[in-house]
Write a new protein. Structure first.
Length: 109
């Protein structure tokens, strides 16, 4: 497929290929959180989380809001949440049922 959308989709998948960024997206599923709260949830320092959030922001996956000295982040829309959720479900199937999605003949070989 010759489309700029394919290139942009690949860039989005590159952004989401980092485990910390996936954890950040998962943390933001329920709504807006401060950087320090996201850091607590994902088990990283606020500095590390801020660096990842900057990349997610450049990729237009998250949006920031300042309240005094505190930065709050939220998902731009539901697309990133759905992509990450589906990826986690796929991983869960792969781990819990290694033959998930295989053809019955190939599963026996």
């Amino acid at each position: 497929m010759q489309s700029e959308y394919v290139d942009i989709a690949a860039e989005i998948f590159r952004l989401l290929s980092d485990p910390t960024r996936i954890r950040i997206i998962l943390a933001l599923r329920e709504g807006e959180l401060s950087v320090s709260r996201i850091a607590e949830v994902v088990g990283k320092t606020p500095t590390v989380v801020s660096q990842h959030l900057a990349k997610l922001r450049m990729g237009r996956l998250v949006r920031a809001r300042r309240d005094g000295t505190t930065m709050y982040y939220r998902l731009v829309d539901e697309h990133a949440r759905r992509l990450v959720t589906e990826g986690v479900f796929q991983a869960q199937h792969t781990v819990d049922d290694p033959q998930h999605g295989t053809h019955p003949r190939t599963a026996q070989s």
